[in-house]
Ligand binder design. Structure first.
Ligand SMILES: Cc1ncc(COP(=O)(O)O)c(C=O)c1O
Length: 378
């Protein structure tokens, strides 16, 4: 049987990995500055990660939310400690799209309203509601098209105010902590504050999608914490499991839970929680928020004023480098000639760099040297 051919793959086959490196089936070494779409947070095959998952698997791997799973509470406690959201509750699920799906549902259940505001450049996932508030018509099937989702320009305070003035049916506003697929676009502090203010005034729910920007990537636990705002619901995935499929939402105390309101078969299973607990323990023990900030600043300092770099947008280790031309050829050359993986974005000139949070300065220096060398040839 062939695979349904939806992914334009690069010609690399990782066979073994450690930290920020992996090796292909021939033993060729690659420097991973992409982490499989921002998923690898504490480095490939971190010993704590391997230990927690292995130990858990040797005891029990799975049961559904039909029995007590105390490791879910341990994850919630660690999340409280690292994020500071001590009066929020946690709902666990399996993927980023599913987290947003639940966030949007909850906003609508809670307010009794229907409309969700999202922004130009947004990516919130591929399931029904998540894709309906994703700014990419190519991935929105006719069945997902809905008048319940209102697109507004990103970082435009006036457009947001006008929409709230004229639309009484707004259940919530969803915004990425930092837009990832949209090209590492950072919401202004004033914009996030305005979302919070308007949501509070109009009985609407402020949803921060921290699926890519959360779990320490920005140098704070959540990217919106740089702006000092407190969303009502925060969605998480990607770095949360360092590769194990796990996701969740943090829910403000204003939401009331009731049996059956949300649910999932796999969400919060023992193994997913062991993976998440390993990520949280390593982030804390190895001070990875600080490392993300320091190494991000260092990499960006190396790339300042270099030929063919037009702009760099970043917070911590979520970095978008705008070249003077489309970046695809440069990415391919980085893979083929220098054995380094980077990402792209919907803005064709943007090279997206999303290394593990414990990447070393010497590794990002290697990358900066390679990139500068390539860019000097154009
Ligand atoms: C900001 C954001 N939200 C949601 C998603 C969807 O996550 P998943 O692919 O786990 O469904 C992504 C994935 O790229 C994302 O970057």
């Amino acid at each position: 049987m062939k695979l349904f051919d939806v992914y334009p793959l690069i010609d690399v086959t990782p066979a073994k990995a450690e930290g920020s490196y992996f090796w292909d089936e021939n033993g060729t070494e690659y420097l991973d500055l992409y982490g499989g779409h921002a998923v690898i947070s504490i480095g490939h095959s971190h010993p704590t990660y391997v230990k927690y998952i292995t130990e858990q698997l040797n005891n029990i791997g799975f049961y559904s939310n039909y029995v007590k799973i105390p490791i879910q509470n341990q994850v919630a406690e660690q999340l409280t400690k690292l994020s500071g959201y001590d009066d929020y509750t946690l709902f666990l699920c399996n993927s980023g799209a599913e987290a947003n799906e639940n966030a949007i549902k909850l906003a609508s259940f809670h307010t009794g309203k229907k409309k969700i505001i999202y922004f130009s450049g947004a990516f919130h996932g591929r399931t029904a509601a998540a894709v309906a508030c994703t700014d990419n018509p190519k991935i929105v099937a006719p069945v997902n098209q809905s008048e319940n989702f209102v697109k507004l320009p990103f970082n435009d305070l006036e457009a947001l105010e006008n929409e709230f003035k004229t639309n009484p049916d707004i259940a919530g506003v969803i915004v990425e902590g930092i837009q990832g697929v949209g090209g590492v676009q950072i919401p202004t502090t004033a914009f996030l504050q305005k979302i919070q203010e308007l949501c509070n005034e109009n009985n609407a729910v402020f949803i921060a999608d921290e699926i890519q920007s959360g779990f320490g990537r920005s140098g704070k636990f959540f990217a919106h914490q740089h702006a000092g705002v407190t969303p009502d619901i925060i969605s998480m995935a990607k770095g949360m499991g360092n590769g194990f499929p796990v996701a969740g939402i943090l829910i403000s105390p204003k939401f009331k839970a009731s049996y059956g309101l949300l649910g999932t078969t796999f969400g919060g299973n023992f193994l997913a929680c062991a993976a998440t607990k390993a990520v949280l323990d390593v982030i804390e023990k190895e001070n990875l928020l600080q490392n993300a900030q320091e190494v991000g600043d260092y990499l960006v300092s190396l790339l300042q004023n270099q030929k063919n770099i037009k702009e760099i947008r970043y917070q911590g280790l979520m970095i978008g480098i705008d070249l003077a031309f489309p970046c695809n050829e440069v990415r391919t050359r980085l893979v083929k000639e220098y054995k380094m993986l980077t990402g792209n974005a919907s803005t064709p000139n943007t090279l997206r760099v999303l290394p593990a949070l414990n990447v070393k300065k010497e590794d990002v220096k290697k990358f900066a040297d390679a990139l500068i060398q390539i860019l000097n040839e154009y």
